[in-house]
Write a protein that binds this ligand. Structure first.
Ligand SMILES: [Zn+2]
Length: 333
């Protein structure tokens, strides 16, 4: 009988390996850079994003904006550990007056935007498309749990800016976010167009919380002469911000560059640990039964008003599915 050598151990940490060259779409890749106390997530979206945006045939600027909101939602919502829901919405006075992204853990995504086509023109950036208003992020953990809602004012900036402000005010975790959405053309001029997106979230989470202190917000109506409290960023976080600052849109979107390769390219000098990808898919939660019971919750008069050409037609705003009912089915008297 031989005893096992004490040197043979099964380690709990994954062994060091080369970054996978295989690109994975429609997934979030969590990662850690221990040497800098950084944690993050990288999202790559292909077919799922294309399915959501193509169902509505959005004008390009609206598709790009909604794509950014979808990527941001995956970066924030994919950390939900429960069977919960993360909803991101904007209500603003710009050409895109309303958008909503609904993420249901662990993997379901749906989204839509309302816009005024007459106010759209070339060259409108995210800030101009949204205008002024607010961004709301709601975490719903189920019927017996409290809902959490965070609000950020929007005043003509990008969704990245809004995310930074949210983390500074609400979570007080040093955070940087990058979002990119692009259109990929395959097969030349007459070829097919597809939406792609990518994004990265990087957070500084040191064990000693005082290292994560950030400069105070603008003192607002403090007496004149008050000096803002300046806190220099921790060296590790300075390095983290400069690394994520080098990520280019094309790298986030490149269908041939795997997420692992991209993370290795950025963080290899410090060592990066990558966890298993979390898959995402486009799927609406609407159903004929749900629409039918919604109709029955309306007043008899409202139901009667919905009858057009001898039928009641309801279109799901998220996925454009059309549900048709006879007046009898809709219980119209
Ligand atoms: Zn639907």
């Amino acid at each position: 009988m031989t005893s096992q050598s004490p040197d043979i151990k099964i380690t709990l940490q994954s062994p060091v390996r080369a970054p996978s060259a295989v690109p994975v779409d429609d997934a979030v890749l969590p990662f850690e850079v221990d040497a800098l106390d950084l944690r993050g997530r990288l999202t790559r979206l292909g077919p799922a994003l294309d399915e959501i945006l193509t169902k509505h045939d959005y004008p390009a600027p609206v598709g790009k904006l909604l794509g950014e909101a979808i990527v941001l939602t995956t970066l924030l919502g994919s950390s939900l550990k429960f069977d919960g829901r993360f909803i991101l919405q904007t209500r603003t006075d710009g050409p895109v007056s309303f958008l909503i992204v609904d993420f249901k853990a662990p993997d379901r995504l749906r989204a839509y935007a309302r816009y005024d086509a007459t106010r759209l023109h070339d060259g409108l950036d995210t800030g101009a498309l949204l205008g002024k208003g607010h961004l709301a992020m709601t975490i719903d953990q189920g019927p017996d749990m409290s809902r959490y809602q965070g609000l950020v004012a929007l005043h003509g900036g990008s969704l990245e800016d809004a995310a930074h402000e949210y983390f500074l005010r609400s979570e007080q975790i040093p955070t940087r976010v990058r979002l990119a959405v692009g259109e990929e053309w395959r097969g030349g001029d007459g070829g097919k167009h597809r939406w792609r997106a990518g994004g990265m979230l990087l957070q500084f989470l040191p064990k000693a919380p005082e290292r994560a202190r950030q400069a105070d917000l603008h003192p607002g109506d403090a007496p004149e002469g008050t000096v803002a409290h300046e806190v220099p960023d921790d060296d590790a976080w300075v390095e983290g911000q400069s690394l994520i600052g080098t990520v280019e849109d094309v790298e986030l979107l490149d269908p041939d560059l795997s997420g692992e390769r991209l993370l290795y390219r950025l963080f290899h000098e410090r060592g990066v640990r990558v966890f298993a990808p979390v898959p995402l898919r486009a799927q609406c939660s609407c159903s004929r039964e749900a629409v039918s019971s919604m109709l029955k919750s309306f007043s008899p008069k409202d139901r009667a008003d919905m009858v057009k050409d001898g039928k009641v037609v309801v279109t799901c705003e998220f996925c454009s599915s059309v549900y048709e009912f006879t007046p009898e089915e809709a219980e119209v008297e």
